[in-house]
Ligand binder design. Structure first.
Ligand SMILES: Cc1cc2nc3c(=O)[nH]c(=O)nc-3n(C[C@H](O)[C@H](O)[C@H](O)COP(=O)(O)OP(=O)(O)OC[C@H]3O[C@@H](n4cnc5c(N)ncnc54)[C@H](O)[C@@H]3O)c2cc1C
Ligand code: FES
Length: 292
């Protein structure tokens, strides 16, 4: 059982959850993730470790409520517990001396890009962080990235903050203006990562994408996270989740992620139909009454 030390909303449907997980915190490096189960009979879901503190043994997750498990997780409060957490999993980001790096995060991808940006800054790189969201209220981690030293370039679909447009508009404008990053790192929806790769490919800029296939075991055994990179089958949980974006078959990734959409949507609707009392029943094994 892993105790939640702190939980609060940072954007609509996105929650920051700091959890007591000392062994994960000690071994975590940027780019890695955990697989957790909220309740003893719940499904396993992968979540990026956005931050870790080996001194107090905590890890920080940002969770977007998109379906049954993430909605249940985001109902938990400080003092509640998460049934199990396995990690850190996956290969760490290859942090090198790139000179200048561009980190692109779209939507929840901002939380996945964040630890990479911090690691690049700590290694002495200059970092441009292009953050994209629907509107100002959906952007998060902007202040934290700016305080850490990144040059933050927000973009919103509705123009309520920063550039009115997509992250790729900002990226293309930067490159057209003469920016020469040693690497571009992208995390976000599949369509966004593909669009970033399409901008950098003709310019020959090394580009990494953090892929988000469906995962089950996280050990390379089940095949759920199979992706195609450069025509070769790779397993994102052990070979990734980061790959050369110019080599990724994004069409296959999207098709595989869509495969269970109807089933997931039915389970999601079943959860939405429950009242608070019934949801409390599901969460009973991990809900802890505050100590008197
Ligand atoms: C390496 C990795 C790191 C991730 N990091 C984060 C993170 O830090 N924060 C966060 O909120 N989300 C993250 N995700 C996505 C997260 O795992 C899914 O949103 C979650 O599993 C959905 O479960 P659900 O039951 O709530 O929704 P479901 O009802 O199962 O699915 C809702 C939607 O999410 C997609 N989906 C379902 N399962 C997965 C899965 N295992 N991986 C990717 N997409 C899935 C479905 O196609 C569907 O469109 C990450 C995924 C990967 C692979
Ligand atoms: S999640 Fe099972 S092989 Fe990667």
């Amino acid at each position: 059982m892993y105790t939640i030390l702190e939980a609060h909303d940072v954007a609509p449907d996105v929650r920051r959850i700091r959890v007591d997980a000392p062994r994960v915190a000690t071994h975590h490096r940027a780019g890695q993730f955990v697989i957790l189960r909220v309740t003893p009979d719940g499904e396993r879901i992968p979540l990026t470790i956005a931050d870790s503190n080996p001194d107090d043994g905590s890890i920080t997750l940002y969770v977007q409520a998109v379906g049954r498990t993430t909605k249940l997780l985001n109902r938990l409060e400080t003092g509640d517990v998460i049934n199990d957490i396995a990690g850190p999993l996956g290969r760490a980001t290859d942090i090198e001396d790139y000179g200048r790096a561009v980190v692109v995060g779209g939507g929840l991808g901002i939380a996945i890009a964040y630890p990479v940006a911090i690691a690049l800054l700590r290694a002495g790189n200059g970092v441009d962080a292009i953050l994209g969201a629907r509107s100002r209220t959906h952007l998060f981690l902007e202040d934290e990235l700016r305080s850490a030293g990144a040059d933050v370039k927000p973009c919103t679909d509705d123009g309520s903050h920063g550039r009115h447009g997509f992250v790729t508009d900002e990226l293309a404008a930067m490159l057209d203006a003469g920016a020469e990053p040693g690497v571009v790192f992208a995390a976000g929806p599949v369509v966004m990562m593909k669009a970033v790769a399409d901008v950098t490919r003709p310019r020959g800029i090394h580009t990494i994408a953090s892929l988000n296939p469906i995962m089950v075991d996280g050990t390379g055994m089940c095949g759920g996270c199979r992706v195609s990179v450069g025509g070769r089958t790779r397993f994102a949980c052990v070979d990734g989740p980061e790959f050369d974006a110019h080599q990724v078959d994004f069409g296959l990734l999207q098709r595989r992620n869509d495969a269970y959409r109807d089933f997931e949507s039915t389970r999601d609707q079943q959860l939405d139909a429950l009242d608070d009392c019934e949801i409390a029943g599901i969460l009973a094994p991990v809900h802890r009454e505050p100590q008197a």
